[in-house]
Design a protein around this ligand. Structure first.
Ligand SMILES: Cc1cc2nc3c(=O)[nH]c(=O)nc-3n(C[C@H](O)[C@H](O)[C@H](O)COP(=O)(O)OP(=O)(O)OC[C@H]3O[C@@H](n4cnc5c(N)ncnc54)[C@H](O)[C@@H]3O)c2cc1C
Length: 384
């Protein structure tokens, strides 16, 4: 058991932090206020090797792992959870192709996605409910070697900027009348496929969230990712591991922000002739921020290590995501309280911390859904 990053990982983290300090931190508040998605930064993030950091080099990636992937996301999220959301949703598209695509699909799409030349996304959620994946209404019918798609996806990250969206659609029913779902890649510009309404979100601003409308879109049969019928399983596995790891990394970034801001403010703010960091009640807030940060950090990196070892990690990332998103929300509120009126002034990042943390709770599966996953695994594992 080793709780230290390797020297290579430490240097990598420093490089990510430097990049974020130069290219992201100075603009983070502006992008949040204007809800601006910095697509022009994408090739630069690709050049640094972040987009395909865990993708084998033969497909244009850096050949590292999920530990390094979440390290990069945590660095970005320390200053802009919205940009981290943009980056990791792109990686959901990458993962679907990497884990379920054919050799031909990997060679065709992955180098373009790893370099940032093209933007990816993954769409399952529909107006009928994101938790109820079997209730999806989007349909794909195979006719003359082509998929004909109709339906509507909502709350999709990168909806208006993605070049390649992997979406799930109902492609039939089994002998018990239950839906069969498959994953299909749809390219931007396909006739009958267009982004719809763009959402005005509370947090994670700077990442685009919106609808995707399919009205008679036609794509080649070979755009199927995986096999007919494994679409929901594939999407849930990618969201359950890569997506929830990423949401936790975002929240670890926010928790780090809460920690640094609360210490800085408590040392700078003078009351009764001395810094408020001398008050025990303030120290207790700081101690709780530290505890939340360290615990989320451990859950995240332990699960990422296990994933790199090839162990199934849906429950581990479910626990990390549940704890991380709730911890970031309470730490952000705690930090605002510690700062008195300053905490709610938008010159400080604390309001953004709270908005971003709360917005993270439903994205990638709500806390109730995580509790269902954790309980199911616990009943199995700890039952006699
Ligand atoms: C910022 C953001 C980005 C997103 N990006 C994407 C994306 O890129 N791709 C994508 O496909 N989706 C995306 N989503 C959608 C997200 O995955 C869904 O919001 C999530 O799955 C929950 O679905 P819902 O919002 O429809 O809530 P519902 O499923 O309608 O849930 C409503 C309430 O019911 C509860 N509930 C549901 N089922 C149960 C149950 N069995 N037991 C107990 N309680 C239950 C939920 O916990 C919740 O409190 C994004 C969402 C957000 C906020």
């Amino acid at each position: 058991m080793n709780f230290h990053f390797t020297e290579e990982q430490r240097l990598l983290k420093e490089a990510f932090d430097d990049f974020v300090k130069q290219e992201i931190a100075p603009n983070a508040a502006k992008w949040d206020e204007e809800d601006y998605c910095p697509v022009e930064l994408f090739p630069k993030i690709g050049e640094l090797g972040i987009l395909g950091i865990y993708v084998p080099e033969e497909y244009g990636g850096s050949g590292l792992g999920h530990v390094e992937r979440v390290m990069a996301l945590e660095s970005i999220a320390r200053h802009s959870p919205g940009v981290a959301m943009f980056v990791f949703t792109h990686q959901l598209g990458i993962s679907a192709i990497l884990d379920y695509g054919t050799e031909e699909q990997k060679k065709k799409y992955l180098p373009l996605l790893c370099s940032g030349e093209k933007i990816g996304g993954l769409a399952t959620t529909e107006p009928g409910g994101g938790s109820d994946v079997a209730g999806q209404k989007t349909e794909a019918v195979l006719k003359d070697g082509k998929w004909h798609l109709n339906g509507r996806k909502c709350f999709i990250t990168n909806s208006h900027v993605a070049d390649y969206t992997i979406l799930t659609a109902k492609t039939g029913v089994d002998d018990k009348g239950r839906g069969i779902f498959s994953a299909i890649l749809v390219e931007k510009g396909t006739e009958g496929f267009a982004p719809g309404r763009k959402e005005h979100k509370l947090g994670l601003r700077g990442s685009v969230t919106g609808e995707l409308i399919l009205s008679g879109a036609v794509v080649p049969e070979e755009n199927l990712i995986g096999t007919v019928g494994n679409g929901n399983a594939a999407a849930l596995k990618v969201i359950g591991e890569v997506g929830r790891a990423s949401m936790t990394a975002i929240c670890v970034g926010i928790l780090r922000g809460c920690l640094e801001e609360s210490v800085k403010f408590a040392n700078d703010r003078i009351l009764y002739g001395k810094p408020i960091s001398k008050l025990q009640a303030i120290q207790f807030h700081i101690a709780e921020n530290r505890l939340d940060y360290e615990a989320a950090n451990l859950l995240l990196y332990r699960a990422a290590c296990l994933k790199d070892e090839g162990v199934p990690t849906t429950t581990e990332f479910g626990m990390a995501k549940h704890f991380g998103t709730e911890a970031a929300s309470r730490a952000a509120k705690r930090t605002i309280e510690l700062m008195g009126a300053y905490g709610v002034i938008n010159e400080y990042p604390t309001g953004r911390f709270l908005r971003d943390a709360i917005t993270s709770i439903s994205s990638g599966g709500t806390s109730e859904i995580q509790r269902i996953i954790i309980a199911g695994d616990t009943l199995k594992k700890y039952g006699s």
